[in-house]
Design a protein around this ligand. Structure first.
Ligand code: PEP
Length: 247
């Protein structure tokens, strides 16, 4: 399995930010893991051009469940693919919270993404209140069952565990907590899609930074990271890529 370092720029970045893409590629021309950046959709085509000939893949941060039609302001998976994307993040907690996205909608979007030739990076994760209530595994299991298409394979799915309370907060679960959830996700995914689950990359996301990446990547069933804030600077994201390459 080739591990995956994925960056999520969220609603950050303009054309000037493409310098960070170029710096990342220049510093890591042949990393020992796959590198993915998901900039705002407005930058995918330009970032793809900047990344031509390199190992860097581009991705979107969301797509519509329909292939085309009267959906003002939305983007289809095929449009992202056309712009140069190979992946799309789906069901990020910010989409679930800000736009009321349900597991059923994430499932439909994941099917649309695969139909268009994109690999969905499906996100699951508990809130702090859910963790405090001892509901973490139940919540994540239900999200997985509801969001992941049953026909998924190792080539058509990446799954990201992102505790909501760890995103953008500087707080992270203990290594034991990450290990517990990732082992659970591997088992639950096996129950859902069968033996293909062994090859699906399970990413940890939530305040990953250069200073904690190495210890997180040593946790069993952590096959990479989904990185928000620390992916905006090539130096920080590059350090995380280096840590994953060495893991
Ligand atoms: C994210 O938004 O996917 C994320 C993990 O953010 P951060 O790394 O900033 O916590």
């Amino acid at each position: 399995m080739r591990k995956l370092a994925a960056g999520n720029w969220k609603m950050n970045g303009t054309a000037a930010s493409l310098a960070e893409v170029q710096a990342l590629i220049a510093a890591h021309p042949a990393p020992g893991c796959e590198m993915l950046l998901c900039p705002p959709a407005t930058l995918i085509a330009q970032a793809n051009w900047a990344a031509r000939g390199s190992i860097l893949a581009l991705g979107g941060q969301d797509c519509h469940a329909k292939a085309s039609g009267a959906h003002t302001g939305d983007l289809s998976a095929a449009m992202l693919k056309d712009a140069g994307a190979a992946y799309v993040i789906l069901g990020h907690s910010e989409r679930r919270a800000d736009h009321g996205e349900t597991d059923a909608l994430v499932h439909a979007k994941a099917e649309a993404a695969v139909a268009a030739g994109l690999v969905p990076v499906v996100c699951v994760g508990e809130t702090e209140a859910q963790r405090d209530a001892g509901e973490t595994l139940a919540v994540i299991g239900a999200q997985l069952d509801g969001s992941v298409p049953a026909a998924s394979t190792a080539a058509t799915l990446v799954l990201a565990y992102e505790p909501v309370w760890a995103i953008g907060t500087g707080r992270t679960p203990t290594l034991e907590q990450i290990a517990e959830v990732h082992a659970f996700l591997r088992d639950r995914l096996t129950a859902r899609i069968g033996a293909e689950a062994a090859g699906v990359r399970l990413l940890y996301g939530g305040s990953v930074k250069p200073s904690n990446a190495t210890e997180i990547f040593a946790v069993p069933h952590v096959d990479g990271a989904l990185v928000g804030g620390a992916s905006l600077k090539a130096a920080d994201f590059g350090a995380i890529v280096a840590a994953l390459s060495a893991a």
